[in-house]
Write a protein that binds this ligand. Sequence first.
Ligand SMILES: NC(=O)c1ccc[n+]([C@@H]2O[C@H](COP(=O)([O-])OP(=O)(O)OC[C@H]3O[C@@H](n4cnc5c(N)ncnc54)[C@H](O)[C@@H]3O)[C@@H](O)[C@H]2O)c1
Length: 284
Amino acid sequence: MRERVGRVEGKIAIVTGAGSVPGVGYGTGKAISIALAREGAKLVLVDLFPERAEETKAEIEAEGGEAIVVQADCTKWRDCSNMVLEALDAYGRIDILVNNLGLASPGVATEMYERDWDRVFDINLRTVFLCCKYTIPVMLGQQSGAVINLSSMSAQRPGRTIAYTAAKAGVEAMTFDMALAYGRKGVRVNCVLPGNITTPIATNVLKSFPGHERMVKMREKCGMLGIPGDAWDIAHAVVYLASEEARFITGITLPVDAGMLRTTGMSFVADIRESIEEEMNEEA
Ligand SMILES: NC(=O)c1ccc[n+]([C@@H]2O[C@H](COP(=O)([O-])OP(=O)(O)OC[C@H]3O[C@@H](n4cnc5c(N)ncnc54)[C@H](O)[C@@H]3O)[C@@H](O)[C@H]2O)c1
């Protein structure tokens, strides 16, 4: 068991997408949940697939922490409302909400079907709205709370992912709006912007591209630091924003990206992909 410092000791935290898809390494939701538990929080692990959240729960309990699992499809208001009721039933309060759930999706305007646009918006934007809609009233009643939303590099840099880009930009805009609406009532709302993070979902998606090994290497080296990032990098930033150490911080987007946002953008990654594909076509 890791040593506990207790930066969120006794706090109750909901994390959406708290499981991890099968694959190598940790998804951010799983790492965030474990990191919060290590710092003393009790977790409400929310996932569409409860067996995935159960794995997170088992890891938390193996380290002496406490968690419950709530099965929910966070695109549905009834599930989000139930998530809050189950959290209150188990722990009586909610101090932290991490809207981790989200999924990247490629596609430019002219090639995107309406139903795909709607799906990307449902997963990335509607879930954040609904989870906040039902959780924040509890925080307002307590006159304290911290909400952390997961954005993406795509919100601020083009990547030929029009719906994902627009939805994540919406997540950031909603964050700023809620920070203003609830700041004087004790609720802080912030965003974490992950750069290129190696997670099971990202690895599985990259595998579908031709020349993916080179793609992975280039992706890892994109930032100023030239090192790969993982889910724990995101988790530690979330723990900080959730803790009292960040009591004077609201309405921000915190990039956790090895400096990538300051230098290159997602178009750089898309360009690399295109040039690898061109090279491979020439070789064939
Ligand atoms: N990995 C990256 O490089 C990267 C980069 C930028 C932004 N992000 C963002 O980080 C966040 C986490 O990404 P991740 O790939 O680590 O995912 P993750 O592994 O943290 O979350 C996946 C989990 O979400 C669950 N889930 C899917 N749909 C659901 C629904 N409707 N309701 C409830 N649960 C549902 C899945 O079952 C799965 O267990 C996302 O918001 C993503 O957009 C990731």
